[in-house]
Design a binder for this molecule. Structure first.
Ligand code: KIV
Ligand code: ZN
Length: 524
């Protein structure tokens, strides 16, 4: 590659650009929506992680999306900020340009479908019309910024000759990055390698742009397809934290980055990712969205570096490389798990939080978390990292409208339970009483009395944070109202209190969602 990229200047041929779409493709998936403050926190964390491009949203889709792209463009420094737009929509491109106006470095990403299936049934357009739109769309975007990306939606199922014509038209109209998504997660690694090799060989001007891979995980091949794309010549990877995204998700950022780093013998490429931050950012996203990663998830799952069998434990003690292909520290895990007790002071607690990645807690949240830690240390023999994480996650959750204050329960087997619940609703303390079929039912009925609502409880699950009967419980609650779905989480040594905290968290999210204008249907 021998050209100056508008945002990155001269790029080394072995450097892979990391384009994170957690806040756009990731946020698009059901249950993963974030409010403005949460998106800003994530954008900040992504910039610190070393992501090259942050796709912040789809400004024309809703007022909320416009606002979040605009705020991220104003405040998040260090990464290129990117906004999505449809190639055919003049309004889309104008909205993207306006939302990005204050960004330090900005990119407009425009896309249109190019596969026969999508052009015929979704767009109802002739291929020649799509080609014309590619020219007008990229020209319009290029008038607003020098950094323009064009995507061939459903590119992996597009006729190769037509794909070459589309890419050529996009390059001629000024696109500087060409993205070929496997939109429906259908491709194999061989397909992706072939597509990128073909485009680089056949399209005039291919050496003047960066090719980009965007793989969905419907067959569980997103990461493998991305690595194959890099082998085929792609030098930008589109991915999300924890692999969140439409349907089965996108390629997981942490997996790709660690595959490139760990198997550098096979993939001699570098990224700008500060890998010891990976776990912290993964947890931040899980906390914000209330979706834990599965325990066996590569890199960031709870079991990713756990060795259960005696033979493995023995091997790791003798030489960690026997069963560990990368060090836990290289992705942010710390080895010591047993931490603190009731005599630990505020400074030690703050240090501990720092080592666990919570370095931006404000004083009020730190005080609340410390006082909950002291309560826990009084009741629990040993306080582990996992306990502290559960407790702090609970503190940083959004409790803008409703806060849990106090719960009193009376329960005798075979009889209805009594609950007395105190909430703080926008500064007003409300206490209510209710009975129920067991303590959780009684507590939820008291919650309904204190804060009447129509949401339906769609999911309720409880898990222990650590081992032992004194372990904290972590509860997940899903609420549904008028087709809107939200998930909440809560943790506490008292299982019923953890359930109430989770319910309150979900209600807070629902209130934010009620205020949000939903995007109008987008068809092009
Ligand atoms: O999966 C896809 O095709 C997309 C495009 C908008 C890039 O997300
Ligand atoms: Zn996608």
């Amino acid at each position: 590659m021998s050209f100056d990229h508008p945002s990155f200047g001269k790029i080394d041929a072995s450097r892979v650009i990391i384009f994170d779409t957690t806040l756009r493709d990731g946020e698009q998936s059901p249950g993963f929506s974030m409010n403005l403050a949460e998106k800003l926190r994530m954008a900040e964390a992504l910039a610190t992680l070393g992501v090259d491009v942050i796709e912040a949203g789809f400004p024309v889709a809703s007022k909320g999306d416009f606002e979040s792209v605009n705020q991220i463009a104003r405040h998040t420094k260090g990464s290129v900020i990117c906004a999505l737009a449809r190639t055919g929509g003049a309004k889309d491109i104008a909205a993207a340009g306006e939302a990005l106006a204050q960004a330090e470095r900005k990119r407009i990403h425009n896309f249109i479908s190019t596969s026969p299936l999508h052009m015929k049934y979704k767009l109802r357009m002739e291929p020649e019309t799509v080609l014309e739109l590619i020219t007008t769309g990229n020209t319009a975007a290029r008038n607003l910024t020098d950094d323009v990306e064009w995507s061939a939606e459903d590119g992996s199922r597009t006729d190769p000759d037509f794909l070459c014509r589309c890419v050529e038209a996009a390059i001629k109209a000024g696109a500087t990055t060409i993205n070929i998504p496997d939109t429906v997660g259908y491709a194999t690694p061989e397909d992706m390698l072939r597509i990128f090799s073909m485009l680089r060989e056949r399209v005039p001007g291919a050496d003047q742009v960066i090719f980009s891979a965007h793989n969905h995980n419907d067959l569980g091949l997103a990461v493998a397809n991305t690595l194959a794309s890099v082998e085929g010549g792609a030098r930008q990877i589109e991915c999300t934290i924890n692999g969140i995204g439409e349907r089965a998700g996108n390629a997981a950022l942490e997996e790709i980055v660690m595959a490139l780093r760990t198997r550098n013998d096979q993939y001699p490429f570098t990224t700008g990712i500060n890998t010891p931050d990976l776990l912290k950012v993964s947890r931040m996203l899980a906390t914000i969205t209330s979706f834990d990663v599965q325990p066996n998830k590569a890199i960031v799952g709870r079991n990713a570096f756990a060795h259960e069998s005696g033979i493995h434990q023995d091997g790791v003690l003798k030489n960690a490389a026997t069963y560990e292909i990368m060090t836990p520290e290289s992705v942010g895990w710390t080895r010591s798990s047993l931490v603190m007790g009731k005599h630990s002071g505020r400074a030690a607690f703050r240090d501990k939080l720092k080592s666990l990645g919570y370095d931006s807690l404000d004083d009020a949240k730190l005080n609340d978390a410390f006082s909950r830690f002291k309560d826990l240390a009084d009741r629990k023999k040993a306080v582990y990292d996992e306990d502290i994480i559960a407790l702090v996650d609970d503190e940083v959750r959004d409790h803008a409208h409703i806060r849990f204050e106090h719960l009193k329960l009376a329960s005798v087997s075979g009889q209805p339970s009594d609950a007395e619940l105190t909430l703080n609703v926008e500064g007003k303390v409300i206490t209510s009483q209710a009975i129920g079929n067991g303590p959780v039912d009684a507590a939820f009925n008291a919650l309904q009395a204190a804060f009447p609502h129509d949401a339906r409880l769609a999911l309720f699950s409880v898990a222990a944070v650590t081992e032992g009967t004194d372990a904290q419980a972590r509860t997940s609650v899903r609420l549904e109202e008028d087709g809107k779905m939200v998930d909440g989480q809560g943790a506490d040594a008292d299982t019923v209190v953890s359930a109430v905290r989770a319910y309150v968290h979900a209600l807070n999210k629902l209130l934010i969602k009620r205020d949000r204008t939903e995007p109008e249907a987008l068809t092009v």
